[in-house]
Structures are given as C-alpha cells and as structure tokens.
Design a binder for this molecule. Sequence first.
Ligand SMILES: [Zn+2]
Length: 255
Amino acid sequence: MGDKFSPSTVGALAKRAAYICSNPKCRRMTIGPAKDDGNSIMAGVASHIRAGSEGGPRYDKNQSVSERKSIKNGIWLCGTCSYMIDKNNGNDYTVQELEDWKKLHEGMIKAALEGEKRIVFSMLIKYEEDLDYIRDVIDVLGYKGALFENYDIENPYYVLSSIESLRRDLFIIQRSVKGDSKLKVIIESMVKACRYYMNHTSVENDHIRMNTGLGAFRKMIGLNLKELINEYEFEIINDGLLSIIPSVVVMDKDD
Ligand SMILES: [Zn+2]
C-alpha cells in the first residue's frame, strides 16, 4: 500500500492546517460535529506531495522511505481536493505548487493563531440585507466631520463627543446585523476604533496628541470602509469619506 504516514504524522498535519483544506481556492473545513452528541466528523486527508508508492502521482524515486513518510511530504486537504490533485496521475498539480499551498496555508494559520482574523473573516457570509445596514453605516459616518475635516479646525471636545456618538450609532446598527455576517466584523472593528480613540485621547490633550490620535482613527475607519467596498462592491459617493479610504484617489480642487 506504499509508504503511508503514521497516525501521529497525520494528526500533526491536520493540526498544523487547523483541519482546514490547504488548497487556497477551497479552504473547506474538514472537521465538525456529528449529529449525535459527543461525536465528530472528519473529512480531511493527509495527502502525499510526492507519491507514497512507485508510479503514483509525483512519485520521486530518489526519496528514501522515511522521506516519503515524513511530514515534509504531506499536505492537509479535504477529500475532494485530495482526489483532485492525484487525477491524471498528478500531472495537473506539481510538487512545487503543492508545497506553495502548504506554506501559504500554514503561514495563514500561524497568523490566525497569533490573533489575525483573516481566515475567520473568509468563512463569514454576505447577506442581502447587509446592504441596507451598510447604507445606515455610510449615513452615520457621512455626518461626522471628525472623520475628514481639516485638523486645525477641530475642537478636542467636539471631536471626542462626536466619536462617542458615532460609536453609539454604529453599535446599534451592529446589533441588528446577523452574527455570522462579514458586515458584523467590519462594524465591530469600527466600533473598536472609536473606543480606542476615546480611551487614548482626552480633551486635555494638546493639539499634536489629538491629531495623532485622530489620524490613526481615520486610518482605521478608512481601512474598514475599503473592506466594505471590496467585499460588498458598494459605491461610496461622499467625498469626505472617500478621502480617508486608502488608495482611492480624490481630485484636488487646486490642481
Ligand atoms: Zn479542498
């Protein structure tokens, strides 16, 4: 039956991939609850990068048995992708390509382990009704001069109370959005940005400190707006808001 991976190698591959298929176009979850309490279903496969048996997909006669069985020669995939990479005797998926998948995937899981939310975000859903809430978010943001007015006309007290009311408004919208919606994560991030500004900037701060905090706040909201545009293909026409979204070019009136 060729050189199979040991159970401990299979387990390690699965855990290093967080039980998620390593094919970047798939990323299907391969483990989850069974119908009966106390059981789980596993639909992932520790797959060979170079075949475990002679003549198999991407077989490398120069590999030793221990190299063939080593974790370096394995990649965690869902059942479908595992089957797919070996079709046509593996000619459609090269060793290099599979090693790239594995490296990219493990890197992403490592980042997620350290707190990055990207992979969780990619599993969330976009709902039709989200578009109505996005309109509410844009409305609420559009009235906040603190997001885009010239720094020197900003009054610290006004800015703080403006951001406080923004946080409240966003929080109310966020509560209505479905729990597994991408929009919820984006609005939560905006609420967090408001809270961060409020906790780190006081009305007693000098102008420099306030403007630094305000700059960071605008940047965070801008990044969230960009995410909103990318995910929901939503168009924003408010020039003030457009001016804080990274790499959205706004024509300068003096040009
Ligand atoms: Zn897959």
